[in-house]
Design a protein around this ligand. Structure first.
Ligand code: SF4
Length: 459
């Protein structure tokens, strides 16, 4: 199903749509408050954008520098061309060490690579330890937001899920109680895991170390209790120097949740004695995106989610209406590069209002890129038959002024008397949820002419 069909399912529940919209707008509002407290906010955005431009122009050098320094620190570095290689590498690390259970903190890259089902199929128990991720894992769902994976659920839904899977009291929905239940359940998982996996927010070429940001401390608990730490990293996560880190840490949490800083910014440099750290650097189509001049800036993304929180379409259609792991405006730029046909509708899930571009901490020109994808998608003929036909028809009329004027006068006469099925049908997607306005008696041109004549007469 395409975006609008999936969105139609989401908006069937009016109350949920309203609540989802307000919840995300509140996060956007908190972000605004925080950014206003930093006088140099715009300078930080500019600097972050420049650092990312430098990284992408020298990506090969920075990646090699990172690898050399990481190896010096005792970290094992692996390279994965695609999702399958990433999953194979991780499975091999786990099976070579007889790992039966792995705990995992939030990593959108592993979602992108579908790591969980792959490992489970190969006999490894995988437990997501981020609270939102654990909730959706129990429900067998995918994240609907990159920072707030369970934002589509209410506390009552969580209560039901915990009652079914974790044996909490039936009907309980008090957040404190539910958090205690989750804490008890997850402690046991941490204590019995043989390996821990984290994502990577920033990898520092200069030191070979990396940083993982969480609000729950689950990444730290996992990696400090298990002897093996695996970190999955997209190759664009590199920053050149330790000193650059402050720029991104200040931008990330404020943009994501309106916090001045993420609760835990954990720095990993080398394994503890007798422990191992493995880092898997993944391409999975990123280098192709790097080669697309119009879209390479999408690789600046630090996955803060601010473009989703502000997007009027995302807020009212929910993350599951997008066909890719990363939903919302940034996902709609990344996804067509991976599979144009499958994700063609995503670039149209936008009003092109530009609010995403305004809030993006690394200054990605998101709405311009969406517009560019639309042009490519239309040229490739990947838009629906009804839209294609209507656009051709409109183009025909717009390029023939006389015919356009005649058609306009006819339409104004026909609309008020036409049977409903002629106006509201499959060809009129706009009219699905809207009534046409009353047709004016005169066209704008006629009105303008008569007004002009009247004012000339007065003079
Ligand atoms: S595109 Fe910008 S606003 Fe959207 S998630 Fe990435 S960094 Fe954040």
């Amino acid at each position: 199903m395409n975006h609008s069909q999936l969105a139609a399912q989401f908006i069937k529940d009016d109350a949920r749509t309203d609540w989802h919209d307000k919840a995300l707008w509140f996060v956007r509002y908190k972000r605004d408050l925080q950014t206003k407290k930093v006088p140099e906010w715009e300078d930080l955005r500019k600097l972050a954008s420049q650092i990312k431009a430098n990284v992408l122009s020298n990506l090969d050098n920075y990646l090699v520098q990172f690898e050399e320094n990481a190896i010096k620190n005792g970290i094992h570095v692996h390279w994965a061309r695609d999702a399958h290689e990433h999953n194979e590498i991780i499975l091999k690390i786990l099976t070579d060490r007889n790992v039966r259970k792995m705990v995992k903190s939030k990593s959108m890259l592993t979602e992108e690579c579908h790591l969980n089902p792959y490992l489970i199929k190969n006999g490894i128990e995988v437990i997501d330890t981020d609270l939102g991720e654990r909730i959706i894992q129990l429900r067998n769902e995918t994240p609907s937001h990159i920072v707030l994976p369970a934002i589509h659920l209410k506390k009552e839904d969580v209560g039901e899920t915990f009652h079914k899977f974790l044996g909490s009291e039936k009907g309980a929905s008090d957040p404190n109680y539910l958090t205690e239940v989750a804490r008890g359940h997850l402690r046991e998982q941490f204590l019995t895991a043989d390996a821990a996996l984290t994502g990577v927010n920033f990898a520092i070429a200069e030191t070979g170390g990396f940083v993982v940001c969480t609000n729950e401390g689950n990444a730290d608990l996992g990696v400090h209790l298990a002897p093996v730490h695996i970190a999955s990293m997209g190759l664009e996560k590199i920053i050149p120097r330790q000193i650059d880190l402050g720029v991104f840490l200040r931008l990330l949490a404020r943009s994501a949740t309106g916090q001045p800083i993420t609760t835990y910014s954990s720095h990993f440099l080398k394994p503890e004695k007798d422990n191992e750290i493995h880092i898997v650097i993944v391409d999975n189509s990123r280098s192709e995106q790097l080669g697309r001049e119009d879209f390479r800036k999408s690789l600046y993304c630090i996955r803060c989610g601010a473009c989703m929180n502000t997007c009027p379409v995302y807020r009212r259609s929910g993350g599951h209406s997008y066909s890719y792991t990363v939903p919302g405006p940034i996902g709609s730029i990344l996804a067509p590069g991976i599979d144009l046909k499958k994700h063609a509708s995503m670039a149209f899930a936008s009003t092109l209002c530009g609010s995403c571009t305004d809030v993006c901490p690394v200054k990605i020109d998101i709405h311009h890129q969406l517009y560019k994808w639309r042009q490519i998608i239309a040229k490739e003929g990947k838009i629906s038959f009804s839209k294609r036909t209507m656009m051709k028809l409109m183009g025909y009329f717009f390029s023939r002024p006389k015919l356009y004027r005649f058609a306009g006068s006819m339409v104004r006469k026909v609309i008020p008397v036409a049977p409903r099925f002629m106006l509201y049908n499959k060809m009129n997607a706009w009219g699905k949820e809207r009534e046409l306005p009353q047709a004016p008696k005169k066209s704008f041109r006629e009105w303008y002419k008569s007004e002009n004549k009247a004012s000339n007469n007065e003079q």
